[in-house]
Design a protein around this ligand. Structure first.
Ligand SMILES: [Zn+2]
Ligand SMILES: [Zn+2]
Length: 161
C-alpha cells in the first residue's frame, strides 16, 4: 500500500459496490486465514474495509509471487487467533510507515501485519484465506511495478504508486 503518496483511499466494499445477487455475502460469516502449515490462524467476522493488491518489490519478495493481496479489516473484526507468530518490524521507507509483520515461525508464511498509517486496521494476507469466501479485491497500487504479464480486471481502481 502506498499511503504517503496518497491515492485516495479506496471506498469500502459496502459503499456503492453492488454484489452478485446469486452470491449473497453474509457480513457476519466468519472467515479464517491460515498459514501454510496450519499452526497459526486468525478469524474475522466481517468483510475487509479495504482490499487490494500491491505490485511493489517488497510485496513480491514477501510473497514470492507477482503481487501481494492485502485485506484490511477493522481490528474489532478479529474474533479468534490461534497459534503463534514472530514479528518482523521495520520502517518501510518507500511508504513512510512503520510495519509490524507477523509470520509463522514454522513455515514462514506472513499471515498478518499492522501499519502505523492505519492504526485501527489489521492487514491480513489475502492468499491465506484460501478456500474461504474472501471477495474479489477492488483496487491495485504500485501499478508502475506491475509485471507486464499481469492483467487486472477493468473494474478495479488502479493507482500508479
Ligand atoms: Zn505455519
Ligand atoms: Zn507492496
Amino acid at each position: 500500500m502506498s499511503f504517503t503518496l496518497s491515492p485516495p483511499l479506496p471506498p469500502s466494499p459496502s459503499e456503492g459496490k453492488e454484489q452478485s445477487p446469486d452470491q449473497p455475502i453474509d457480513e457476519s460469516q466468519p472467515m479464517t486465514a491460515t498459514c501454510a502449515c496450519g499452526q497459526a490462524a486468525i478469524t474475522v467476522n466481517a468483510l475487509p474495509t479495504m482490499h487490494g493488491v500491491c505490485h511493489c518489490t517488497n510485496c513480491k519478495r514477501r510473497t514470492g509471487s507477482a503481487f501481494g493481496i492485502s485485506a484490511y479489516f477493522d481490528k474489532t473484526a478479529i474474533t479468534t487467533f490461534t497459534g503463534q507468530t514472530q514479528v518482523y518490524a521495520f520502517h518501510h521507507a518507500a511508504q513512510n510507515h512503520d510495519q509490524e509483520r507477523h509470520f509463522c515461525p514454522h513455515c514462514g508464511t506472513t499471515l498478518f501485519w499492522y501499519v502505523s498509517a492505519l492504526p485501527e486496521k489489521i492487514g491480513i494476507a489475502g492468499g491465506c484465506f484460501a478456500d474461504e469466501a474472501l471477495p474479489e479485491p477492488t483496487y491495485a497500487v504500485t501499478d508502475g511495478k506491475r509485471e507486464a504479464w499481469v492483467r487486472l480486471p477493468r473494474n478495479w481502481q488502479v493507482f500508479p504508486n
